[in-house]
Design a binder for this molecule. Structure first.
Ligand SMILES: C[S@@+](CC[C@H](N)C(=O)[O-])C[C@H]1O[C@@H](n2cnc3c(N)ncnc32)[C@H](O)[C@@H]1O
Ligand SMILES: [Zn+2]
Length: 281
């Protein structure tokens, strides 16, 4: 079982203590470990719906799509960026390097990071998602990492305990990210660039929405990298998985979806921005 020392109660942020398969705070709020290995740290009052986050079908489609390797160059660039970061003085700090993937989906990027590091020794890798389906899939993929159901809006992490936080195609809550990061900790954010999956969008919509950049945190930006390449979806099933894992599945006109999923090849541009921010020391 990975290290749970940095966990906090999502209701009052006080440290959680492990008692068997339950984690309890000083106020006696308690959270259980599910049979499948993840810890449920999402109290009902933080749920906006009965089944928040990505649905089971979206999670399955994303898992199949990612395991076909279409985003492997992104995960390679991400793992390289993380392993090259200077993480304080490891000769005086014997704690493992704690990294939280906030909105981890089915855990693809955290698993790839673990593979590139070679072992978990010296690292404490945590994945959190609001979708129970995503965390279930993640817990199945690697039971040795710490998988949490929770929300970015109330991270179940004690103040200033993370060395790095990943927000990958996710929903950043910068006040929470800054609270959870150590001084000098890193936020690594991946977001679609202007040309990302443009061929898919052109096939689905008559007019494309102008490209919008998201909000930026009040942290120093230390690097900005564009990851651009072409990939080929070589079957109707692969095209259907890509649509299913995005909001286009319920936003795009059904006849356009039908036309596109009757094709058996789609050339795609991948265009992603990776930005690394750092909190003040
Ligand atoms: C576009 S997916 C990206 C998943 C993963 N990072 C990846 O790139 O494969 C966005 C994820 O954010 C999760 N999510 C949505 N709202 C969230 C919240 N408030 N806190 C944590 N995760 C959330 C969804 O369930 C979904 O898994
Ligand atoms: Zn509590």
């Amino acid at each position: 079982m990975p290290d749970t020392d940095i966990l906090a109660c999502p209701l009052d942020q006080s440290p959680l203590k492990r008692v068997g398969n339950t984690w309890v705070c000083a106020e006696n709020h308690s959270f259980d470990r599910a049979r499948q290995g993840y810890i449920n740290l999402l109290p009902v009052q933080f749920k906006r719906s009965k089944d928040p986050g990505d649905s089971k079908a979206m999670v399955q489609a994303r898992r199949t799509f990612l395991h076909r390797g279409h985003y492997q160059p992104i995960s390679d660039a991400l793992s390289a960026a993380i392993t090259e970061l200077p993480f304080g003085d490891r000769s005086t700090d014997s704690n493992p390097i704690s990294i939280l993937d906030a909105g981890c989906g089915e855990g693809y990027y955290l698993n790839r990071l673990k593979e590139s590091i070679g072992s978990e020794a010296g690292w404490n890798l945590l994945g959190l998602d609001i979708s129970k389906w995503a965390v279930l899939a993640a817990a199945k993929s690697d039971p040795n990492l710490l998988w949490l159901v929770g929300t970015n809006a109330h991270l179940p992490i004690q103040a200033h305990r993370l060395d790095a936080l990943l927000c990958l195609f996710g929903f950043p809550v910068y006040t929470e990210f800054e609270r959870a990061l150590k001084p000098g900790g890193y936020l690594i954010q991946l977001d679609p660039g202007p040309e990302h999956l443009i061929e898919l969008r052109q096939a689905l919509y008559e007019r494309l929405e102008p490209f919008k950049t998201g909000n930026e945190p009040a942290m120093a930006c230390i690097s900005r990298q564009s990851i651009r390449y072409q990939t080929t979806l070589a079957s109707a099933a692969a095209i259907a998985d890509l649509i299913q894992m995005t909001p286009h599945a319920f936003r795009a006109p059904p006849d356009a979806i039908e036309r596109l999923t009757s094709k058996d090849i789609l050339e795609l541009t991948v265009d992603v921005q990776m930005v690394v921010y750092q909190t003040p020391h």
